[in-house]
Design a binder for this molecule. Structure first.
Ligand SMILES: Cc1cc2nc3c(=O)[nH]c(=O)nc-3n(C[C@H](O)[C@H](O)[C@H](O)COP(=O)(O)OP(=O)(O)OC[C@H]3O[C@@H](n4cnc5c(N)ncnc54)[C@H](O)[C@@H]3O)c2cc1C
Length: 457
């Protein structure tokens, strides 16, 4: 072990993994198989003391430093070439306080860990649509999921964080301590330090009404025209995202639909089955659905439904935008490109981001696009690296066709590395305040492997 790494080792209880180590290739892998980066050192932390040691080590040597939580980031921002990866994925652990309805969560947890722990108490944190995504990255970028309309974004339910700053100092940020930092981390990503612990507010969510309605592609335009109005006025205990998808050949779907490209809405209702049925009827009775299968399911089951379809290591290419409206012309473009999904796992989702999420003002957290009705994400996905070009091209073409109708910016967690202009467009007038806070807490831009906010000059 080189002398300098040995010096970190004496302050470090976790694992230090270098290119010559047997575990290196497994340890450097992230979720997106298109990302193939080779860090010089992976510091797998077990506690905040390890994070402090790793941050000081990287800082003193001027190393390019990435932070890795769940490793899911589309652009591979949880790793880097030739630098240091501060990997907190081993820092798991969830402590639920059922009386206070809060949970303290380790930064290495994925959402499945949290769902498992909170479900025992009939409670849940609003998170995403899949259980394998990291709590850390998803939360710090915003957090859009099945409970967004009812309970807001994940950051709207974040109460406090413990963090290690770029100079190695440990701080707590919440509504009363370091409130500027707390404002910035609610949407500003990993720009301000390494979070070593999260505290979330919990909500009474246990069994929900879950399942899809699928329609043939010929009805997609009609479905979208009803959906754009429906989702504005639908009761907030109903959430449903729109998708173009290929029906997976799974036993839960009738065989005649297997591998068929369709459009659909995936529902999650937090009311009773009668309430959900009544609230969703105006949408589910549009045209002639191919499948309409909504029924009760435990929330952790809902969250993990797509896990099998999207295992780690597939090729992913991402593009995203925000939309405040969906015009007839935009719908026509959607139908054109959504009908030509290039592989079974490729898809386009329109996530509604209204209801409770819109009751928070655009300057109340770093996350800016509160008035956007939909976060659109287009993903080209395939297991075979030989198809990387095809899925990328499809994704870019789809994005280019819809981008002229977009509101500007995008949800930062759905972006690849797309440059400063896109980052600034996503934060809008919050960017200037973020830059001032960045200068205060990270003046040298030590944490720059992210959707980067540059320190104010
Ligand atoms: C299959 C799939 C499904 C998804 N579904 C959703 C969804 O439903 N809703 C949604 O909102 N998003 C979703 N996303 C996007 C997801 O929010 C981002 O990819 C997010 O970056 C993942 O976080 P992570 O911790 O797993 O990623 P990582 O790659 O580990 O980290 C991503 C970034 O987060 C920051 N970071 C990580 N850990 C820390 C930490 N401890 N302290 C400070 N910064 C840190 C770093 O800046 C890093 O660059 C999905 C992604 C995938 C691949």
């Amino acid at each position: 072990m080189p002398e300098s790494i040995d010096r970190l080792g004496s302050a470090f209880r976790g694992e230090l993994i270098q290119p010559t180590d047997r575990d290196y290739d497994a340890a450097r892998k992230v979720y997106n198989g298109m990302i193939d980066k080779r860090p010089r050192l992976i510091a797998r932390c077990v506690d905040a003391a390890d994070i402090i040691a790793a941050v000081r080590y990287g800082g003193e040597r001027g190393m390019l430093t990435a932070i890795r939580g769940g490793g899911h980031n589309g652009g591979g921002l949880g790793t880097c070439d030739g630098g240091l990866v501060i990997d907190v994925s081993r820092m798991k652990g969830v402590r639920v306080d059922p009386e206070a309805r809060t949970a303290r969560v380790g930064p290495g947890c994925v959402w499945g860990d949290v769902d498992h722990a909170t479900h025992a108490f009939g409670l849940a944190v609003p998170s995403g649509f899949i259980s394998t995504t990291g709590v850390a990255g998803l939360t710090l970028g915003g957090g859009i999921g099945y409970l967004t309309r009812r309970y807001g974004l994940t950051i709207d339910n974040l109460l406090s964080v413990d963090m290690v700053l770029a100079d190695g100092h440990f701080v707590t940020a919440n509504g009363s301590e370091n409130a500027d930092l707390f404002w910035a981390v609610r949407g500003g990503g990993g720009n301000f330090g390494v979070v070593s612990s999260f505290v979330f507010r919990l909500h009474p969510v246990s069994t929900v009404q879950f399942g899809p309605t699928f329609w043939p592609l010929e009805q997609a335009a009609d479905v979208l025209k009803v959906y754009r109005k429906f989702i504005v006025t639908a009761p907030e205990d109903v959430d449903g995202f729109f998708a173009f998808l290929v029906v997976p050949p799974a036993p839960m779907f009738p065989e005649h639909l297997h591998r068929k490209t369709v459009c659909g809405i995936v529902w999650c209702g937090t009311g009773t089955s009668e309430e959900t049925e009544k609230a969703t009827r105006p949408m589910r009775s549009v045209g002639k659905p191919l499948l309409d299968a909504v029924g009760p399911a435990p929330f952790p089951v809902v969250q993990s439904t797509f896990d099998g379809l999207y295992p780690s290591g597939l090729q992913w290419y991402w593009r995203a935008d925000n939309f405040t409206e969906l015009s007839d012309a935009a719908i026509a473009r959607h139908v054109e490109h959504g009908s030509t999904l290039p592989s079974m796992q490729s898809t386009m989702h329109l996530y509604p981001v209204n209801g409770a999420a819109q009751r928070v003002g655009r300057n109340q957290t770093a996350y800016s696009f509160r008035e956007a009705l939909f976060a659109e994400v287009i993903v080209g996905v395939d297991p075979d690296p030989a198809n990387a070009g095809t899925i990328t091209e499809w994704c870019k073409n789809y994005y280019d066709a819809l981008h002229p109708y977009a509101a500007g910016g995008a949800y930062v967690n759905f972006m690849m590395e797309e440059g400063q202009e896109r980052v600034q467009a996503s934060f809008r007038d919050n960017y200037a305040r973020l830059a001032i806070i960045k200068k205060k807490y990270d003046p040298t831009n030590f944490f720059r492997v992210n959707q980067n906010i540059k320190p104010a000059t």
